[in-house]
Design a protein. Structure first.
Length: 197
């Protein structure tokens, strides 16, 4: 009976494949192991996260239920890059609540949700400084996003970050109140200051 269970629980992941694990980002399945836990034999994927110098063991039967997934395809990457070119959507709630929402999006493993965090927390050099926690969340989201784009596009993480930053530069400038007129006025004022300098 156990042998039948094993074959039905087999997932479509294979050794040598790069995957996304929600809480850790892009990793590579480096092997399969069998371990006995409380008298039950478990087949485990061994996933290496090279940048974090970490290995994770995930039961084969639980791979899908824990949110492990294959890398996004190029259409999803394209959509994520379009997302970061959009206008930031920052809710007017307390920072602690927003931080929890951003953290949840980052740990969801969903590339589009992660790109929303990058878009919402991005600050250009002309914008006010970020708090330490905002910067930490932004960098975590940027890191997750760049790792997956690098893996999908087969480019270095540095090139992926450059690609992300180029797309962020195309996003509308953010004004104090977030409405179009305010942004246009702010841009015009900034241009006058630049000329005066």
């Amino acid at each position: 009976m156990a042998a039948i269970k094993k074959t039905t629980q087999r997932s479509d992941f294979k050794t040598g494949e790069r995957i996304v694990y929600p809480a850790h980002g892009v990793g590579e399945i480096v092997g399969l192991e069998e371990q006995e836990v409380a008298g039950i034999k478990l087949e485990l994927f061994v996933i290496a996260f090279e940048k974090d110098k970490m290995k994770l063991r995930v039961p084969v039967a639980k791979a899908n239920s824990v949110g492990m997934r294959k890398l996004s395809d190029t259409t999803i990457v394209k959509k994520a890059l379009e997302t970061i070119r959009g206008r930031a959507r920052v809710k007017r709630t307390m920072w602690s609540r927003r931080a929890q929402e951003y953290e949840a999006k980052i740990n969801s493993g969903d590339l589009i949700a992660i790109s929303e965090v990058v878009r919402d927390l991005y600050r250009s050099e002309s914008q006010p400084e970020q708090s330490y926690s905002e910067r930490q969340l932004y960098e975590a989201a940027l890191d997750r996003m760049s790792r997956e784009i690098a893996a999908v596009s087969e480019i270095s993480e540095t090139e992926a970050i450059r690609q992300i930053e180029q797309n962020l530069a195309k996003s509308p400038r953010r004004g104090g109140k977030g409405d179009e007129e305010n942004v246009a006025v702010e841009t015009a004022e900034d241009d006058e200051h630049d000329e005066a300098a």
